[in-house]
Structure formats: C-alpha cells, structure tokens
Design a protein around this ligand. Structure first.
Ligand SMILES: NC(=O)C1=CN([C@@H]2O[C@H](COP(=O)(O)OP(=O)(O)OC[C@H]3O[C@@H](n4cnc5c(N)ncnc54)[C@H](O)[C@@H]3O)[C@@H](O)[C@H]2O)C=CC1
Ligand SMILES: O=C(O)CCC(=O)C(=O)O
Length: 443
C-alpha cells in the first residue's frame, strides 16, 4: 500500500460510521499520490494524517422556545477543519439530516475549495439538525439567536467567518448577525451573505450559481463549444439552482428542469426565473406550485430530473443526488457536461461512469467555489469599509472562476491526467495547503 492508501485504510477503520466523510476523503486522497511522490517529505511530517483530522470540532446544545411556548432542543456544530492558509471559512447548514459525517465531508471539501479560490481562507463548516421549513419567522429567529449565543465563543473576523448553506439564507444570517452584535457590542465582518444594508456584498446571492456557469463556459470553450441553444437539466430550486438558471438562460442556454426533495418540474419553454423566485424566495413554497401556475409544465412527484434529455446537467441540490442509475440515464440521453453546483452531488460510482463515457465533469470544489470566493470579497469590502458595484464584484468572480479552471486543468495536465478536472482540482487545492502546513511546523 502507498501512503494515501494507508491513510484511507486507517480512516475507514476509525470512521466507519461517517460514510459521507469517508467518501469525500477517499475521493481526494486517491488522486494525490502523484503529488505525494514528488514530495516524500510529506509522509514523515504526517501531512495527510493531519489533513484529514479537523483542527477543532465544537458540538453544542441549542435550546429555543417554539410558538406554542414549548422548549425545543437541537444540536449545533462547527467543524474548524484547517486554518493553514487563512481564518476558517465555510457555511452553516440547517437541515434535519445534519450530522458529524455530513459536516466533516463539507468541511474537508471546503479546505480544498477555498484554496482554489486564490484567497486566504481556511476551511470550516457547521450547522444544526434544526429544520427551518415550516417554522415561523419568530421561531427561526429564536433558534438563530440561541445558536449564535454559543457560536459567538468560537468565531471572529480573523478566526472563523461562517456563511449560508442549505437552509441558511439571508433571513437566518441576519438574525445571527444581530445576536453576534448584541453579545459582543461590536460590528465586525464575522458572517458573510449579509444583507446589503448591513455590510453584505452585491452579487453574493448570485455568486455560486453564476460562478458555476462561468466555470461551464470555460469547459465549453476548451471543447470548442458554446452554451448557446444548449438544453440544461438543473436539480434543486434554492440559492445555487436559481442563479445558475438565471445566468445560463441569460447566456442563451435553455434550462428545462428544477426540483426540490419532493419531485421535479419539466418546463419545455425554459424555466421562468421570476416565477421560480416568487415561489421559492418570496412565498417559500414547494416546486410543485410552479407546475400549477404555468401551462405546459409537468410535475414529477418523487423523481429526479436526470432522465430528461440534455446536453448539460447541473446538480445544485445536495450530496449524492445523482447516482449510478441516474448517470446511465444522462449518458444515454446525450449529456456531454456535468457541472456540480452542489457539494458532492454525484456519487463516486456515478462520477466514474460519466467520466468513463466521455462526459466532461466539473467537481463542486472547483465549480461552486464562486460563492465562498465572493464571501472572501465581502470580507475585503468590510475590512476596507467599501461597497463595490455589482459589476465590479461580478467581474472579479468571473476572473476567479477562470483562474480556478486554469489551475485545475493545468494541474491535471502537469500530472499526466489531462482533461480530468477532479484530479486537477484536488492536486491544485492540496498543494497550496500542504505547502503552508509544512512551513508552519507540526501543528
Ligand atoms: N449557498 C452557497 O453559496 C453554496 C452552496 N453550495 C451547495 O449547494 C447546494 C445547495 O445549496 P443552497 O442552494 O445554498 O441551499 P438552499 O437551501 O437554498 O436550497 C437547497 C435546495 O435543494 C433542495 N433539496 C434539498 N434536499 C434535497 C433532496 N434530497 N433532493 C432534492 N432536492 C433537495 C431543496 O429543496 C432546495 O431547493 C448544497 O450542496 C450546498 O452545500 C455550495 C457552495 C456555496
Ligand atoms: O460563503 C461561504 O463562506 C461558504 C460557502 C459554502 O458553504 C460552500 O462553499 O459550500
């Protein structure tokens, strides 16, 4: 067994109860050996063993009072995974499925993603098994205030700067920011994804979806292709999906699906972005309502969209939502590009299948890095006490996505795996973190 295989075997033994974390760690470690061969000093320094172990995990009780006066208790987490290249940075997920395995996978991915952005940000993730769905604004506020009452002890503008993720949007960030300010009596850049009136950045809501489409443009260009007239299948209907749909349509693509955990809609005319935002952002409704309000749209209860014919697939909902059977349907339907807007939405088997069948595949840690990159830009604006224009932020975002594409495709080529963006993104993200860890001694 080589070095990375030994570390994987040890992880599988110690964390057999953390399948998502093992999946994410294996997906990265199995691609690193060529870089490890060039740096034999990493093994003696226990670099991989340190890389897969979070620097700190905080788990805490979150008690709050519901509208009927009953006390509810949720579990809160913050996984501070790696601070070698900058303060911890990464989102907070609020969803009933949240557990240690899911947050460790997300925190681990974030380390490499943040490294790829070229900005000085370490990797972290957190959240709670609280479900904002179906809760009143007052209940969400009381939960967020209680969550922040503990989290405040562990974060800070130069320590750890959380942001949104599934279930955590502008409303939740606002409530958490208010509580942070109240507890510390200071206005600091301690959360990103803030509202525009209190330090948020223009284009941060759009950034992850737009960034994924900018990354897609680079992939298409490499193949001498263009987005114009392409049929695109998107999953999810939250923040990432909405803005991926908007940008893809602005640039001439036709997005025919979007979904939620209950099912998907198929719109042969192309998804109506304004109607989607009305239902999801304003009314916080279900995607089924889109089909109820627009003629010619079909709703597919309990199904995923991957059986629809397309040129491009963009999974933008959640982990492992595109499995081997779905991958076979995509390939059979002529899909040529898969771009991960979500984190690890494609299972390992599905990724291997599409790549083996000529699909140009973009891993989430590269393709969805525009969100955290723009969070980094929000921090810069806060530190400088400035607000950049939408176009200025969007242009920087586009430039960062181009540089991530260049880094991933360049590293793939340099290490003998031309065209393999999984390989290239992992190696490029890893080398910067490894270099910083080596420079800082055993810590
Ligand atoms: N918001 C951001 O800036 C970033 C988000 N991501 C990732 O993108 C993905 C989506 O996040 P957001 O759009 O921010 O969250 P969101 O909460 O705005 O939307 C999530 C969407 O996924 C759907 N969904 C959840 N579970 C599902 C399931 N089992 N099957 C089908 N649909 C399901 C929800 O109905 C919702 O439409 C997540 O993997 C997140 O980690 C990645 C980078 C940045
Ligand atoms: O903007 C951020 O800090 C976090 C974004 C995030 O959670 C992610 O990239 O998955």
């Amino acid at each position: 067994m080589n070095y990375s295989e030994r570390v994987i075997a040890d992880l599988e033994q110690r964390y057999s109860d953390q399948p998502e974390f093992i999946q994410a760690a294996k997906e990265v470690l199995t691609t690193l050996q060529p870089a490890l061969d060039r740096h034999p000093e990493y093994e003696k320094a226990g670099l991989l063993e340190r890389l897969v172990e979070p620097e700190r995990i905080v788990i805490f009780r979150v008690p709050w009072v519901d509208d009927s006066g009953k006390v509810q208790v949720n579990r809160g987490y913050r996984i501070q995974f790696n601070s070698a290249i900058g303060p911890y940075k990464g989102g907070l997920r609020l969803h009933p499925s949240v557990n240690l395995s899911i947050l460790k996978f997300l925190g681990f991915e974030q380390v490499f993603k943040n490294s790829l952005t070229t900005l000085p940000m370490g990797g972290a993730k957190g959240g709670s098994d609280f479900d904002p769905k179906g809760k009143s604004d007052s209940e969400v506020m009381r939960f967020c205030q209680s969550f922040m009452t503990e989290l405040v002890k562990h974060i800070g503008p130069d320590t750890d700067v959380p942001a949104g993720d599934i279930g955590t949007g502008g409303r939740e960030i606002g409530y958490m920011f208010g509580q942070y300010k109240r507890l510390t009596n200071s206005w600091q850049s301690v959360l990103t994804g803030k509202g525009l009136s209190y330090g948020g950045s223009l284009a941060r809501p759009e950034a992850t979806g737009y960034g994924a489409v900018y990354f897609l443009l680079d992939m298409l260009k490499e193949k001498g292709d263009s987005i114009d007239g392409k049929t695109i299948v998107v999953s999810g209907s939250g923040n990432v999906a909405q803005y991926a749909i908007q940008k893809a349509e602005q640039l001439g693509g036709k997005v025919v699906t979007c979904s939620d955990s209950n099912g998907y809609v198929y719109d042969p005319e192309g998804i109506d972005f304004d109607l989607l935002c009305q239902i999801k952002q304003v009314e916080r409704g279900r995607i089924k309502e889109y089909a109820e309000r627009k003629a010619g749209v079909t709703y597919h209860e309990g199904e995923r969209p991957w059986g629809e014919k397309c040129d491009i697939a963009m999974p933008c909902a959640t982990q492992n939502e595109l499995e081997l059977d779905d991958a076979k349907k995509l390939v059979a339907g002529g899909c040529k590009y898969v771009v991960e807007g979500a984190n690890m939405p494609t299972s390992t088997e599905a990724t291997e299948y599409v790549m083996a069948n000529g699909v140009y595949f973009a891993p989430g840690k590269a393709a969805n890095a525009g969100g955290v990159a723009t969070s980094g830009l929000e921090m810069s604006q806060n530190h400088e006490h400035l607000s950049w224009s939408f176009d200025e932020v969007d242009e920087k975002l586009h430039g960062i996505m181009d540089s991530i594409y260049a880094a991933a495709s360049g590293a793939a080529k340099e290490y003998g795996h031309e065209g393999d963006l999984v390989f290239g993104a992992n190696i490029a993200g890893f080398l910067k973190v490894a270099d910083a860890m080596m420079a800082q001694g055993i810590c």
